[in-house]
Design a protein around this ligand. Structure first.
Ligand code: HEM
Length: 237
């Protein structure tokens, strides 16, 4: 095939190197997800808190773009290494198993590719929806009484549509499931392969994945339940 033998490959293109890159990019993405959730939970504090936070992020100008480019680089690294490792695994056992035995594998670990792809598809809707404002160009004109972009009302109006809320709940459920296994294997790839890992880190990773899901899902659920409302209290400001 003309590819480099394992011995002569640069470290980051060996299986261990790829797993390391996957873990490091995954760690950075988890960091973003935790930060984003904390920012989003301000929806429960009201319009002023959310719009002030969004305006602050925009005011960081070039720094915001540096962070965005870093995030894009991490997403690409995560995807490229995942695909490459999957191809490597497939090539290592060209004959499919006659009967698959799932001794220790959890449901989440067996469905990492599918859950990862669905999270990607979720982002394919989420970014045009709330960041690029392509799906709802009218959101551009939402301003609060201080003239800032009214991100709070935009999110409430978005989630007042039940199918959109359902889509977000579904997407973040799969993200939570992906993370229950992802966080655990991240520690494994970074070299924490001890009994303690199994005993302590696995339950902690499962708890973290489901807590993140509940945190994200609480926002559309809060809107549908009427706990988070438009400043005017009605359906349209
Ligand atoms: C209920 C769930 C969520 C809500 C309410 C939400 C809300 C938002 C909002 C309002 C923005 C635009 C911020 C602005 O332009 O000021 C945004 C951007 C973004 N969100 Fe979410 N989000 C949610 C879930 C997620 C999840 C689960 C992910 C990742 C898997 C994610 C990734 C992003 C990214 C990458 C951006 C672009 C950040 C940027 O512009 O620099 N979001 N989100």
């Amino acid at each position: 095939m003309g590819s480099l033998s394992t011995k002569h490959r640069p470290y980051f293109w060996t299986s261990t190197g790829k797993k390391f890159l996957m873990a490091v990019s995954g760690l950075a993405l988890v960091g973003f997800i935790v930060g984003h959730l904390i920012g989003n939970l301000q929806m429960f504090l009201g319009q002023e808190a959310v719009n002030r936070y969004a305006a602050f992020l925009k005011s960081t100008g070039e720094l915001l773009w540096v962070a965005r480019l870093g995030l894009i680089a991490m997403v690409l690294t995560h995807i490229v290494t995942a695909v490459s490792l999957a191809l490597e695994n497939a090539a290592a056992r060209p004959v499919g198993y006659a009967a698959k035995t799932y001794k220790e594998a959890t449901y989440a670990s067996r469905t990492m590719k599918v859950s990862g792809l669905i999270v990607l598809a979720f982002l394919g809707y989420h970014l045009p929806h709330f960041t690029l404002l392509v799906t709802h160009p009218e959101y551009h004109h939402l301003l609060d009484d201080r003239g800032r972009h009214d991100v709070y009302s935009m999110v409430v109006m978005g989630f007042q549509v039940p199918w959109i809320s359902g889509f977000y709940i579904f997407g973040t459920f799969l993200l939570g499931m992906h993370l229950t296994h992802g966080i655990y294997s991240m520690f494994q790839s970074l070299g924490f392969q001890t009994i303690i890992l199994r005993k302590r880190i696995r339950p902690a990773a499962i708890a973290a994945g489901w807590l993140l899901f509940l945190g994200f899902a609480s926002i559309p659920l809060g809107v549908l339940a009427g706990l988070i409302q438009l400043p005017s209290g009605g359906l349209v400001p």
